[in-house]
Design a protein. Structure first.
Length: 158
């Protein structure tokens, strides 16, 4: 594979392939995801929601999924692709920051359900914790995880 150039995170973020796409939830998925339809979003759609979360506010991945479902008239948003694309958005933001850009997606404001910090984002748990505390959030341990204390009161409208 000589000559193959790996895509940058920002290129991956802009590569929508054939997305977004709304599909019927398949019978074998209904036990977990329920009946109806599921939107498989484009990566940039996930980034747009994450980017819109203002300083001092937070969003959960499930809020993003719900917003995407509403936008596309689907019953739910795909949890797998939404999570993957949030990770791509985070890495694209870090890539942009490393190249001197100042206005990057504030990915550290996107939490897992329950206010849990995403350890897979750039900087890991400690990096997210530092950024969240800098914005005035209290981060506390909960078992082996770190959570934003009283995160429910700081959720943005998406």
């Amino acid at each position: 594979m000589s000559g193959y150039k790996r895509k940058s995170w920002r290129e991956k973020l802009m590569d929508s392939k054939d997305l977004p796409r709304v599909e019927a939830i398949k019978p074998h998925q209904r036990k977990v995801w329920g009946e109806g339809t599921m939107v498989i979003p484009a990566p940039i759609e996930v980034d747009e929601i994450m980017r819109a979360v203002p300083y001092g506010r937070l969003v959960t991945i499930n809020q993003i999924r719900a917003a995407l479902a509403k936008k596309h008239g689907a019953t739910s948003g795909c949890p797998i692709t939404t999570g993957i694309f949030a990770g791509i958005a985070a890495r694209a933001a870090e890539e942009a920051a490393e190249q001197g850009e100042k206005d990057v997606t504030p990915y550290w404001r996107t939490l897992k359900e329950g206010g849990v910090i995403n350890e897979k984002y750039p900087g890991g748990l400690e990096g997210q914790k530092a950024r969240l505390e800098k914005e005035g959030h209290a981060v506390v341990p909960k078992g082996k995880k770190l959570v934003v204390k009283d995160f429910e009161q700081k959720l943005a409208d998406v």
